[in-house]
Design a protein around this ligand. Structure first.
Ligand SMILES: CC(=O)SCCNC(=O)CCNC(=O)[C@H](O)C(C)(C)COP(=O)(O)OP(=O)(O)OC[C@H]1O[C@@H](n2cnc3c(N)ncnc32)[C@H](O)[C@@H]1OP(=O)(O)O
Ligand SMILES: O=C([O-])CC(=O)C(=O)O
Length: 455
């Protein structure tokens, strides 16, 4: 018979936390004893080799005589240096995201004709399934756009007539549809979030045929549909820089792990969205903004390095900010001297800061970038080289473009959907693919089962 007396679930859960802690301590010494590659990283910080890919390459160091030596960062898409890709379309004053998506998904740069057809196909696929926005977004709003995006991607399964077909044609059809639809879902999820959680009016703009992904995004999220060509070109560049980052980044790997089980594309991409939301991954761009509002409150004179140092010390000692001990926008698993995306975004942030009269704010960002390595060494004794990552300056650029903060991480997803889809298809189609299944050393001592009335 169940006890009928009313149980206070908060107190009960509280007591279960004690129970949990008692039985769930893992001695850190085990990691060394069993040679566990924590975070799937080797002792020198290099990643454990988990696959082979033709999609993207991330270079941040080189190995000489078995030693890891720092190098300026390089990002390569399908063998092409991203800096060259950007120079190519910027010098011709074209939008680059659609071309980049084609390159990453199919493997080669499109001809003019192929690019036009691909742009048309993306445009034809913008439309969400009938009643999707009403049923999936408006009726079940979320305070978080990434959460709504993950749920919406998963829900697209039920609107697909052929969701589980693994034929390449079907996978590519689904991938192209996702690339076209994710920006629309984000724009609608944002509008609905603002309506239900921030008491704003609800407006849902339809994407316009003939506009680029970047133009359509600005058109959709702005109540008056207005944007300048300069804004759209800058957003386009941000999308290109965020589109892909190798197979080992947390969200691409999550996508590959799920894909290796043979599950459908919607499940794999929803997992990737969930991973990107994390503050140590794509969610860092939002965290950077929160961190800077804390820094601005703490540091009275933004030009005083000692004041900035004192504030960074508090952050690192978990005494300030979100108390995580992290300086968001700094550090990277691969890059050592520089993240090429941060270098480019910083250049644009500087230019925008000059036109918007935000030079002081820009200089504060630069101070954090310059002083973090020193403070990580002083406070944590950390000897690893840390540089600014893509998330340090992206938020500042978006802020100066008037893009609301709750869209920063979703914009990352609007771009990275391309890389995820490319990795999903590569995982499914690689010859002799195997389910990803690493090992965990079990360390719990064995115990006999004790009958209920003897415990
Ligand atoms: C799109 C992207 O995902 S870019 C990354 C976005 N994330 C952030 O900006 C969050 C802040 N940065 C970080 O958390 C890390 O640098 C990561 C997650 C990006 C990389 O993590 P790792 O490769 O595991 O870091 P790494 O091996 O260099 O860590 C060494 C030590 O330095 C610490 N460290 C690294 N970066 C930072 C940082 N920015 N602030 C504080 N401490 C840091 C780590 O916590 C670790 O400390 P520990 O040994 O006490 O646990
Ligand atoms: O590569 C990583 O670990 C994280 C990153 O910068 C990205 O995914 O863009």
């Amino acid at each position: 018979m169940q006890n009928e007396a009313k149980v206070n679930s908060t107190d009960f859960i509280q007591s279960l936390c004690g129970e949990y802690r008692k039985y769930n301590q893992i001695d850190p010494a085990y990691y060394e004893r069993y040679q566990v590659k924590r975070g799937l990283r080797n002792a020198d910080g290099t990643g454990v080799m988990a696959g082979v890919t033709q999609i993207g390459n991330v270079l941040g160091y080189y190995l000489q005589d078995g030693e890891k030596l720092p190098a300026p960062g390089k990002l390569i898409y399908r063998g092409i240096d991203v800096e060259d890709l950007v120079d190519g379309f910027v010098s011709e004053n074209r939008f680059g995201f659609e071309e980049t998506a084609y390159l990453l998904l199919f493997g080669a740069l499109p001809t003019r004709e192929q690019l036009t057809t691909f742009q048309q196909i993306l445009s034809d696929n913008h439309t969400l399934p009938r009643m999707f926005t009403e049923d999936m977004i408006i009726k079940a709003p979320s305070p978080d756009v990434m959460n709504k995006l993950a749920r919406s991607v998963l829900a697209l399964y039920s609107y697909d007539d052929n969701p589980d077909d693994m034929a390449l044609e079907n996978q590519l059809r689904q991938a192209v549809q996702l690339v076209a639809r994710v920006p629309v879902i984000v724009a609608h999820a944002f509008a609905v979030k603002r309506h239900y959680y921030d008491n704003e009016s609800l407006y849902l703009h339809r994407p316009q045929p003939g506009l680029s992904v970047a133009e359509n995004f600005l058109y959709s999220v702005r109540h008056d549909n207005q944007f300048t060509e300069q804004e759209a070109k800058l957003l386009d560049l941000c999308l290109v820089l965020h589109a892909e980052h190798g197979g080992g980044n947390n969200s691409a790997f999550a996508c590959r792990v799920l894909s290796s089980s043979g599950t459908d594309i919607y499940s794999a991409i929803a997992a990737a969205v969930g991973s990107l939301k994390g503050p140590r991954h794509g969610g860092a761009n939002k965290k950077v903004m929160e961190m800077f509002s804390y820094i601005k409150g703490e540091v009275k004179d933004w030009t005083d390095d000692d004041e900035v140092r004192a504030c960074l010390t508090k952050l690192l000692k978990k005494e300030g900010g979100d108390k995580s001990g992290l300086i968001y926008g700094m550090g990277h698993a691969i890059y050592t001297i520089s993240d090429p995306r941060a270098v480019l975004l910083k250049k644009f942030a500087r230019q925008l800061a000059e036109t918007k009269g935000m030079q002081e704010e820009f200089r504060l960002y630069e101070a954090v970038e310059r002083l973090t390595p020193e403070m990580m060494h002083t406070v944590k004794g950390e000897s690893k080289m840390v540089c600014a990552n893509v998330d340090l300056f992206s938020g500042l650029v978006y802020q100066m473009m008037g893009i609301p903060q709750e869209l920063y991480t979703p914009l990352f997803a609007v771009a990275r959907i391309v890389g995820w889809c490319a990795h999903r298809i590569e995982e499914v189609y690689q010859p002799g693919n195997r389910i990803i299944r690493p090992a965990y050393k079990a360390v719990a001592p064995s115990r006999p089962f004790v009958p209920l009335d003897q415990r």
